[in-house]
Design a protein around this ligand. Structure first.
Ligand code: OOG
Ligand code: MG
Length: 253
């Protein structure tokens, strides 16, 4: 097996057995391009098991996240149907290694996107948005990684919970967003923290998708990236995210 295949296999086993591995970058050198190749192979393991792609996520679109994780570039990863957490569902934390939750803004694609869009064009290509919670679970020990490591690991993707879809609002740059554990606020921020405007995440993803010959399909979800740092999940929590004007969504641990 070559380098990228070996790493993607190790990451897939780490995810399916919920057992962390060492960061590959500590022992092997690989480029950003190779990291995305590993990510692609890792997602293919999921597709081979019958999962389907339900959307894409952006990561490190806010300073809060970059500072928490010590990396400084935008990344993107793939979401599948197996990662969906239904609103009010009870999730079993044993299926994860060391899960964290973060509040997110989600968009829904309404028309195929195969090139970089402009802000003005967005309403023709996405038609809904809402509040969401992303569960992330690095497959690396101590949740520590380099940029290449985290990209290879499909950007720590493992779960997403989407609120009720609502019509787009023209200006979403100044909305308070919060994460609550048992009704107590544990993280709060503003949507402006996400690339100055969460719509910019869709633009960035449209650019990345076209650079990678990927077409975003109607119905697919886009997670814009967290505005705040992430919080460790623990048992017996009601986890809720709230976005002003878009209500809230939550699940139970
Ligand atoms: C990587 C994923 C980053 C976000 O919203 O910025 C991310 C991680 O923090 O493990 O999902
Ligand atoms: Mg996220």
């Amino acid at each position: 097996m070559n380098k990228t295949n070996t790493i993607s296999q190790q990451l897939d086993t780490a995810a399916t057995t919920a057992s962390p591995i060492a960061q590959p970058s500590e022992t092997v050198k690989f480029s950003l391009e190779e990291a995305y190749k590993i990510q692609k192979q890792l997602v293919e393991h999921r597709l081979d098991r019958g999962e389907t792609i339900t959307g894409y996520k952006l990561g490190f679109t806010s300073k809060a996240k970059m500072q928490q994780m010590g990396v400084d570039d935008l990344i993107w990863g793939v979401l599948t149907n197996a990662m969906e957490i239904k609103p009010d569902e009870h999730i079993d934390l044993n299926q994860y290694i060391h899960p964290r939750a973060e509040p997110e803004v989600a968009f829904k694609v309404s028309k195929p996107i195969n090139r970089q869009l402009t802000i003005k064009e967005l309403p023709q290509y996405i038609d809904k948005m809402t509040v969401a919670i992303e569960v992330i679970d690095s497959r690396y020990k101590n949740f520590k990684f380099s940029l290449e490591d985290v990209i290879a690991d499909n950007c720590s993707s493992i779960g997403y919970c989407i609120g009720q879809w609502q019509d787009l609002k023209e200006d979403i740059t100044n909305l308070p967003i919060q994460l609550k554990f048992n009704d107590e606020t544990v993280q709060s921020g503003m949507t402006q923290a996400i690339l100055d405007n969460p719509y910019q995440s869709v633009i960035e993803l449209s650019r990345l998708a076209s650079e990678n010959n990927l077409v975003l399909q109607p119905g697919q979800i886009i997670l814009a990236g967290a505005a705040t740092a992430a919080e460790w999940l623990k048992p017996e929590l009601k986890v809720t995210a709230e976005l002003q004007g878009f209500g809230e969504v939550g699940f139970w641990t």
